[in-house]
Write a protein that binds this ligand. Sequence first.
Ligand SMILES: [Ca+2]
Ligand SMILES: [Ca+2]
Ligand SMILES: [Ca+2]
Length: 618
Amino acid sequence: MIAGLALALGLAAAPEVTKVEPPGWWPGHSVNPVRLLVRGRNLAGARVAAGSGLQASRIRVNAAGTWLLVDVTIAAGAAPGVRTLRMTTAAGAAGIPFELLRPLPRPGLFQGFSAEDVIYEVMPDRFADGDPGNDDPPKSRGLFDRAKRRYYHGGDLKGILDHLPYLRDLGVTALWLTPVYDNSDRLNEKERPEGEAVTDYHGYGAVDFYAVDEHLGDVAALRELVDAAHHAGIKVIQDQVANHTGPYHPWVADPPTPTWFHGSAERHLDETWQTWTIADPHAPPELRAATLDGWFVNILPDLNQDDPEVARYLIQNALWWVGMTGLDGIRQDTLPYVPRRFWREWTAALKREYPRLRVVGEMWDGDPSLVSFFQGGARRFDGIDSGVDALFDFPLFYPLRRAFAEGKPLREVALTIGRDHLYPDAARLVTFAGNHDTPRFMNEKGASVEGLQLALTFLLTARGTPMIYAGDEIGLPGGSDPDNRRDFPGGWPDDARSAFTEAGRTPAENALVARVRLLNRLRADLPALRRGSHVSLAVAEQAYAYARVGGGEPVVVVLNNATTPLEMDAPARPAGLAEGAGLEDRLEASAAVKVEGGRLRMRVPARSAAVYAARAPS
Ligand SMILES: [Ca+2]
Ligand SMILES: [Ca+2]
Ligand SMILES: [Ca+2]
């Protein structure tokens, strides 16, 4: 009304630009044109002129005149540098800042990850504080308090960079960082679990997909971390969220298109977590709607990937982070809650530009027949191959925790491995004994250091790509979220002790760290532990013997989960071992063995493991 009156009087306000996403792009990129989302005011009727190697087309402005979408075609030989696109309306003109970026050199970047690696998961706010100057930044004053479990604690990207020597020494080769997107600058008033005030310290509530949260650093700091990690032989996997935004994303009050979200803050479906409906060939769209379109915990705005503008935005955003920082892989949050045809498009766009990049998706369920449905490499009944390389091995996580923590039958672990036929490629599954969403291993009833050592021994010697959640290598305790996200001891200057150093650790913690280091050394020395096929040799209620065969000398692993010593007899031929071959336990707990009569007769002490391989060169 007022704007109409102003226009009638010839007083319409001039256009203003407040944000451009992406802020830059690369000449010669497989995505060309790039589609810019421009935020501002008074954008109705805008025209955009580009020039000097750029061409603007397909302009679209929302009814409120606050968002403008425009294709920018970049000429192949356009020179890198800062440009300004000129936007004009009847009332005036404004510049759209845009940068033509110089591509990062490819060697050593965008490497992907595989079973060759050992992943280490870090929640940046809870690992180490490398820069106390950003603990309580002016942009979001008052969200920092280490005494409050759901506030920011001050950990940051610099803190991770400072501890790369620790990680290299531990023998991990890849880092998964929980999301570093800029999250809300205010307390989250939408929820108050257990009566506590909440911040989005965990990173899963983005309010800006093109910025790093000010508590953690900035895009340059992420680039620096990726660089330093690569120099230390460690890859970096970014956590991305394409399903939803945080409750305070500016889009919620002012969506760029009418169909940007599934519904609105006032009117939407609540998420029902019925992921089985996605894999069920008998489920009509109506049965899947609340799973695909519902808002997580009824507050997280659900992005509509069926809106081509949203799909385009998300694909470009994923490519931008990779291209800006040189990272090697993506961990994709809440995978099944997004249409599979979007994943097909998203993974294809990523691989077109970065063929070695790898993606691991979160499909949280214990049923391998359901989890396997979401792995790429096969077309399913819906005609879609998602292209998603790997999934977290939740189906193995549950029996593994029950066996090694609670002392329940180890047989269940072997039987779960026996379901690998369901997966297009089980070797790519990311195996783990806990993550930032599950209670800590040491929190389970019956958990012990011996049990955790067994679990880690299994993870680091069995098929799959093992992942260790930061703190599990020292047996850090902790219950459900957020107790499972305690600060890593020694990550803060005023901590009473540092578990990053041998002197600062307890004997039990040192025993665990020593085990992880030894196993990672064995993985490095014995290629079969990384790329060999997994052969189950013998299975009993509380014992499991398997071999890794191929890619180098065979390795035989025996796990004894019983409280009594084990004598286990296993056939040597499936392990690729000849009569008379001698093996010794590289964990140095069990006696050497020799193939006699085609059998291996192994004796393993109570609640321990043996990793048999040919005698180590002395
Ligand atoms: Ca800090
Ligand atoms: Ca923030
Ligand atoms: Ca969704």
